[in-house]
Design a protein around this ligand. Sequence first.
Ligand SMILES: Cc1cc2nc3c(=O)[nH]c(=O)nc-3n(C[C@H](O)[C@H](O)[C@H](O)COP(=O)(O)O)c2cc1C
Length: 172
Amino acid sequence: MKEIKLNKVNTFLQSGPVILLSTNYKGKNNFMPMSWHTMIDFDPPLIGVVVGRESFTHKALLKTKEAAINIPSVKMIKQSLLAGKISGSKTDKFIKTGLEAIKASGVKAPLIEGCQACMECVLHDYSMAKKYDFFILRVVKAYLNESVKITDTFRHITGDMFMLGGKIKKVR
Ligand SMILES: Cc1cc2nc3c(=O)[nH]c(=O)nc-3n(C[C@H](O)[C@H](O)[C@H](O)COP(=O)(O)O)c2cc1C
């Protein structure tokens, strides 16, 4: 084993798929790609997300108390990453990327066309938002796009390195 720099530790733990966290603030749809998220509970599903305070999404979450989690397919990787380089405070990312917003049923935040799964969420707990930019979302409705396989999603490793797809195997 060789010792590594502490700021490389995240590289080995970013194992969940990149998600597109969408919001609707003051009538404007927006989304950001993110990989710092974690399951917290099964049912109702609670999901923790770290959303930087400089982002427009952080503000939208605090103001609207709702969002949607969308899991993009590998086909959407270029558009998803482009959305991480610009802010919804100045841009309409749906127009800029060409991704399509779909109306959700229980929240104003949009679902995103072509994703493997979409989850309508309400803000469950933001007591750690000020200190850690950490929000807990509660999923209130979830959808699966059966034409996209779980292996068609992608994970962020570090910098511009991504893991595309993967193998699924039953292990006993
Ligand atoms: C692959 C990837 C993963 C990212 N993960 C996060 C994350 O976990 N948390 C975060 O705050 N920003 C993350 N970002 C950066 C945001 O997507 C970026 O700051 C975005 O422009 C914010 O958009 P907004 O201002 O419209 O909210 C990530 C970007 C990329 C490309």
